[in-house]
Write a new protein. Structure first.
Lengths: 114, 115
């Protein structure tokens, strides 16, 4: 049981390059999220999805795009990477119909933009 | 919008002793959830304990317990009999009961357990 899997785990980009981070889940959860983690700032929500085909902006969406064409996958795209996007990125999922709406996290992707 | 504040960037404790991590939050919601997540050097986010706002009884999970003060909007984590494996970043998180159920995190507290 893989849970939540992020690909890749590490990546170095040059300024201006593009890339896509993939999040795959086998938990059949409706909700999926992308967070970024920066020192002293905890995790901040970039974009999220409440179901297949839907996406919405979070706290820090600028410079990122997302898509959720299939329920089990949530993609995060950087069209033109900037050094300010150097961070650790986490994907998370949550079930819609649960008493406790805890989030389950992937292992994170460390992205460095030089 | 909710905010979560962890006022202790770093803490240390001797092995086998007790330590309390502080967390305060601000919200206008009445029904919500609160969580403590642990992030060891492996970077994995691990759920430590959770609390429903409508429950008055404080949650406990083995050596971990919380002091939930709803009126004061305070949610502290107590770790008893600290172990070396408790060394990690700890994040307090607020869970909205609205559509999307996204979490709002505090800035984290780095805990070092000393032998």
């Amino acid at each position: 049981n893989a849970g939540v899997t992020q690909t890749p785990k590490f990546r170095v980009l040059k300024t201006g390059q593009s890339m896509t981070l993939l999040c795959a889940q086998d938990m059949n959860h409706e909700y999926m999220y992308w967070y970024r983690q920066d020192p002293g700032m905890g995790l901040r929500l970039i974009h999220y999805s409440v179901g297949e085909g839907t996406t919405a902006k979070g706290e820090v969406p600028d410079g990122y795009n997302v898509s959720r064409l299939k329920k089990q996958n949530f993609l995060l795209g950087l069209e033109s990477a900037a050094p300010s996007q150097t961070s650790v990125y986490f994907c998370a999922t949550a079930a819609q119909y649960r008493d406790i709406r805890e989030a389950f996290f992937g292992q994170g992707t460390r992205l460095t933009v030089v | 919008a909710q905010t979560v504040t962890q006022s202790q960037p770093e803490m240390s404790v001797q092995e086998a002793e007790t330590v309390t991590l502080s967390c305060t939050y601000d919200t206008s919601e009445n029904n919500y959830y609160l969580f403590w997540y642990k992030q060891p050097p492996s970077r994995q986010m691990i759920l430590v304990i959770r609390q429903e706002a409508y429950k008055q009884q404080n949650a406990t999970e083995n050596r971990f317990s919380v002091n939930f003060q709803k009126a004061a909007k305070s949610f502290s984590l107590k770790i008893s009999d600290s172990q070396l494996g408790d060394t990690a970043m700890y994040f307090c998180a607020f869970g909205s009961n609205n559509a999307g159920n996204m979490l709002t995190f505090g800035g984290g507290t780095r805990l070092m357990v000393k032998p």
